[in-house]
Design a protein around this ligand. Structure first.
Ligand SMILES: [Zn+2]
Length: 391
């Protein structure tokens, strides 16, 4: 029984083979039952039918790196940067203060607004990090909000504990004491509610040795690693991610060819964030080089109030194509299948029988328009598990 049948697809991007003209997609019980040429499609049955009238269809976007739950904004910091100030990561603490002070309901309301705009722009799965609490109670509050987003909105959510985002005010003179509290107090308490553990490896944040301590402890609680690596300086985070067999190394603006070999050898995904490089006016990560070395590349918004207040994966695809040098096909793959693989979601980001029915219909004849018309939301309809949830 087909619940949803899409016909009249002018161009179908499945990520499982070449793009197809004149295609159809059928979804049953929330999963893809058919994706191929229209002539061989199953009959309509009694489910919903959408004639795409020549539009392009792609998998739903998987946004593999966000800091979606936060209070306030940092427009003033942005203004200072435009006037020449450098980003050092210190502004994170202003968001920590605002987020600690915010009620759980207010945090949910703000995050839900962002998530709904993401859904309207084609995102069907999002990774959500904590990291603006930096104390147990506040970090748990952020995790509860992330889970509430998954419960109440039509979007898949993967959660990441980022207690090691920066050193909180209470521990400015005792960074190792904060690492102790993460390892001894926070990780045992939050691990049941998180999928991953992340550390910001950077001058002024955490050293490689501190990160290793946190991530090895996280592994004993069943959490795989993600690492903020090589963003502002070359600090060794990518090598650490490879050493630990992390799920991902993220940012990688300053990654080297040796880093790429290490990541590829260890099967670590590279999650690239062109919006952050753009907002910070820094060079883009070496996406083409990482692909050449065989690394799975994912793209993400890095949605956060300091360095990348982006919600649109379409815009990220445009930046990755125009500024980073990926082809549009590579960028669309990275924004869908690449993100899914980095999150261990093997049945996401691909349109083949058995995969989840997360699909985007573009109001354009090809996915190239995502890069070519960056400031327009080209998503005609977002479909989550076979249900139209936007458009
Ligand atoms: Zn981040």
């Amino acid at each position: 029984m087909t619940d949803l049948l899409l016909t009249g697809i002018g161009r179908l991007v499945t990520n499982g083979g070449p793009s197809l003209p004149e295609a159809a997609v059928a979804i049953e019980n929330g999963r893809i039952a058919y994706a191929g040429t229209e002539g061989d499609a199953p009959s309509q049955g009694s489910g919903q039918h959408i004639d795409c009238q020549g539009r392009a269809v792609i998998p739903g976007f998987v946004d593999a790196h966000t800091h979606l739950v936060f209070a306030g904004d940092r427009a003033d910091e942005f203004t200072h940067r435009l006037a020449g100030a450098d980003y050092t990561g210190g502004g994170i603490l202003s968001t920590v203060a605002a987020t600690r002070a915010a009620s759980e309901d207010d945090l949910f309301r703000e995050a839900a607004g962002r998530a709904l705009r993401m859904i309207a722009a084609g995102t069907t799965t999002v990774e959500v990090k904590t990291g603006y609490g930096l104390e147990l109670e506040a970090e748990q509050k952020l995790l509860r909000v992330a889970h509430r987003l998954a419960d109440e909105l039509p979007i898949g959510v993967r959660t990441t504990f980022l207690g090691a985002h920066t050193i909180p005010p209470e521990y400015q003179r005792d960074p190792n004491g904060y690492v102790d509290s993460i390892v001894e107090e926070m990780l045992p308490a939050v691990a049941p509610d998180a999928d991953y553990c992340d550390v910001f490896v950077e001058e002024g944040a955490f050293t490689v040795d501190q990160a290793r301590r946190v991530l090895e402890a996280a592994a004993t609680h069943g959490l795989s690693a993600r690492v903020h690596a090589e963003q502002l300086s070359h600090s060794g985070g990518a090598r650490l991610a490879a050493e630990l067999g992390a799920a991902s190394a993220d940012h990688l603006d300053r990654a080297t060819e040796d880093d790429a070999d290490a990541l590829a050898g260890a099967g670590v995904s590279a999650v690239l964030t062109p919006g952050a490089s753009y907002s910070l006016r820094k060079p883009q990560a070496p996406g083409p080089m990482l692909l050449d070395h065989g690394v799975n590349v994912a793209l993400a918004t890095d949605c956060n109030p300091g360095t990348s207040y982006f919600e649109s994966m379409g815009l990220v695809i445009s930046l990755a194509s125009v500024l980073m040098g990926l082809t549009v096909d590579q960028a669309v793959f990275a924004a869908t299948r690449g993100g899914a693989l980095s999150l261990g979601l093997d049945d996401h980001g691909i349109l083949e029988p058995g995969a989840v029915g997360d699909v985007v219909i573009l109001d354009a004849p090809s996915e190239t328009h995502l890069a070519y018309r960056p400031a327009t939301n080209l998503v005609w309809k977002t479909i989550k598990a076979g249900v139209v949830v936007a458009g």
